[in-house]
Ligand binder design. Structure first.
Ligand SMILES: *Cc1c(COP(=O)(O)O)cnc(C)c1O
Length: 385
């Protein structure tokens, strides 16, 4: 949990707010360097998980590249110091303006998701008299064994080019003279805790790699995406995901040719555990069948429980009373504005501070102003003496 001086500092801040522990972030990046970058792998950080400039700066300085899914993210990555040569741009619906921005900065690679997108990109690159480097996002039809809203690699998902369309795309590519195929790209889903789907992905990637190279293309980039999960139940004991095993799995299962480099796009596993949402208990309500702890953070600050039934660990920072059962809920006028149901935590009273843990990824980035709620300043561990 948090040292006393941190909790004391929190007491004087306006809640709710996001808190980032930079020691956890740095420990995470150290493991990524030790077990991934040291093998010659390229890791692009997925900005959609967290786009706080201060976080991005730390990640960029650790030697990671960027993975963007919008023009806004490309701009943020560049503003945060990422070299355009380390920026990959993915997304099923890239607008003309976003593509033009990527072309203007000569980004590393466009991960293309449909035959029509290739034609549009070719035309826009031609207008700027440029050649766009592309990777084909292929749909490997791998079951990621995660929540249905965050699985992306099945034929039924909207993402990527289906295997049945691949040969036609490859035949057409030479006519698209402003495109240069440099790689293949996959991303099968998110919060994947089980290693089997990644093994399956490696098999599919190896076969597709051979298939495309046999047709005379040279692929220098094999990009296996992200999706590595974090432990939401035990963030203290597992503050850093097991990157050693993760990268080893790919080392053992992916077959790279001499001219090829392996690329990853990690989001959640990089930043998930370094962030917490700090909130205050506004009211307690003891009913006949249920007790409620009503806190001042809601789905507007952290939508994951409402959107994906995500269960974040809840730590009470200012009470060590005997435990009681609560539904911990927010103030928003929606029944889905519930962080946890029926959890046992120390008895709380109005004014107690509570930390909703593992909120560094897909937390603050998805904040909304619904109910005209205002955002309080974010706090970083290095601001606390
Ligand atoms: C979201 C996303 C990622 C990152 O996923 P995580 O589960 O956060 O690691 C990587 N690549 C693409 C294309 C994505 O859409």
């Amino acid at each position: 949990m948090f040292p006393a001086e941190v909790t004391d500092f929190f007491k004087d801040q306006k809640t709710p707010f996001y808190y980032y522990d930079l020691d956890v972030l740095n420990a995470t990046l150290k493991k990524i360097k030790k077990h991934g970058l040291s093998k010659g792998y390229h890791v692009h950080f997925a900005l959609k998980a967290n786009n706080q400039p201060k976080i991005l700066k730390v990640i960029e300085e650790a030697g990671l590249g960027a993975d963007c899914v919008s023009g806004g993210e490309i701009q943020r990555a560049i503003d945060s110091g990422f070299s355009p040569g380390d920026i990959a741009f993915a997304g099923v619906g890239k607008s003309d303006e976003e593509i033009e921005l990527g072309l203007k900065h000569d980004i590393f690679c466009f991960n293309c998701e449909s035959p029509q997108e290739l034609e549009v990109l070719n035309e826009l690159a031609g207008k700027q008299d440029k050649t766009a480097r592309i990777a084909l996002r292929l749909n490997p039809n791998v079951e990621a064994d995660t929540h249905e809203y965050i699985t992306t690699g099945l034929n039924e998902n909207k993402f990527g080019i289906n295997a049945s369309d691949l040969d036609e795309v490859l035949e057409k590519l030479p006519e698209l003279e402003h495109l240069k195929l440099i790689g293949i790209h996959f991303h099968i889903g998110s919060q994947i805790e089980n290693f089997a789907p990644f093994e399956e992905l490696c098999k599919k990637a190896n076969a597709l790699n051979d298939h495309i190279e046999d047709k005379g293309f040279e692929l220098s980039v094999i990009n296996v995406g992200g999706g590595f999960g974090i432990n939401y139940g035990h963030p203290n004991d597992n503050s850093v995901p097991d990157f050693e095993r993760f990268f080893e799995l790919f080392e053992e299962n992916i077959k790279l040719k001499d001219h090829q480099k392996l690329h990853f796009e990690l989001g959640r596993s990089v930043v998930g555990q370094c962030g917490s949402l700090i909130t205050k208990v506004l009211y307690t309500k003891y009913g006949q069948t249920k007790n409620f702890a009503i806190v001042d953070a809601g789905m507007t600050e952290l939508i994951r429980p409402a959107l994906y039934q995500a269960a974040h660990r809840i730590d009470v920072l200012t009470s060590s009373k005997p435990e009681k059962n609560y539904d911990v809920v927010g103030p928003i006028c929606e029944s889905s504005d519930t962080f946890r149901k029926d959890i046992s935590i120390p008895e709380v009273k109005r004014g107690d501070l509570v930390a909703i843990r593992s909120a560094g990824a897909y937390g603050e980035v998805m904040r909304s102003a619904y109910n005209l709620r205002e955002a309080n300043p974010t706090i970083y561990s290095d601001e606390i003496e």
